[in-house]
Write a protein that binds this ligand. Structure first.
Ligand code: DX5
Ligand code: ZN
Length: 231
């Protein structure tokens, strides 16, 4: 048995199944349909779709019309990460566009619990993202109501940034909070994930790895996804 297979088996024994969420922010937008096809043929589990409004974060990416098009290309999970203010105004529109998971930012929502309820009432899975400066303990009172925590390991707004090392401590804290409460909430780690640091992130307790540049800027994206999946 190879080392890869041994680690996979250990993760299976621990009932852990690594989910790879590829971030299309790093894709070639002129060849979006080819990029989606490549992901469909790969072992990627989720399409991670980063929506930025130039207000909550200092950058603008893409929105509903692009997500509608991407949705048509795949039956994989569309994991929409909203980096926008007032996400409640667009929750229904993102559902219609095809989001399976809708993630809002703790720091962008004055009434986070209401946002979560709205997302769930529309039949989507609810995610809450937290910035590097927000302690994970702030999630305590919503943890039982959500499906995913998107733990930001960079400051949101841009792809291709370096992983903030302190995030490892936060992943461990969050893992303990979730396990102690007997919950099944997934920990998604977003930002600066590479083949070099992924193992450390998984060992700290992550369930989902977001990967943008590490996949799309690699020589062989499908092989990179396979390597991430085999950790
Ligand atoms: C950053 C986004 C990330 C980003 C990750 O604001 O939320 O999802 O696309 O890209 P990489 O993997 O390149 O850091
Ligand atoms: Zn993201």
């Amino acid at each position: 048995m190879t080392n890869d297979q041994m680690t996979q088996n250990q993760n299976k024994q621990k009932n852990r199944y690594m989910i790879i969420a590829t971030s299309l922010l790093a894709a070639n937008f002129l060849k979006l349909s080819d990029e989606c096809q490549m992901l469909n043929e790969s072992e990627a589990d989720w399409f991670h779709l980063d929506v930025m409004d130039g207000r909550f974060v200092p950058n603008i990416s893409f929105g509903i019309p692009i997500i509608e098009q991407i949705r048509k290309t795949t039956s994989k999970i569309c994991d929409v990460h909203l980096m926008i203010v007032k996400p409640e105004n667009l929750t229904e529109a993102f559902k219609k566009a095809g989001a399976d998971i809708l993630t809002v930012h703790l720091e962008a929502c004055k009434h986070l619990h209401r946002n979560i309820r709205q997302i769930k009432s529309l039949g989507m899975q609810a995610g809450v993202a937290i910035n590097p400066h927000s302690p994970v303990k702030l999630l305590k009172d919503v943890l039982a109501d959500i499906d995913v925590v998107c733990l930001m390991s960079v400051n949101p707004g841009f792809g291709g940034q370096s992983f903030i090392p302190h995030s490892i401590k936060k992943i461990k804290q969050l893992r303990k909070m979730i396990d102690d409460a007997g919950l099944k909430v997934k920990i998604e780690v977003d930002g600066g994930v590479t083949l070099d640091n992924a193992k450390q992130i998984v060992d700290a307790g992550a369930d989902v790895l977001v990967a943008g540049n590490a996949v799309f800027k690699s020589a062989d994206p499908k092989q990179t996804i396979h390597q991430l999946k085999s950790l």
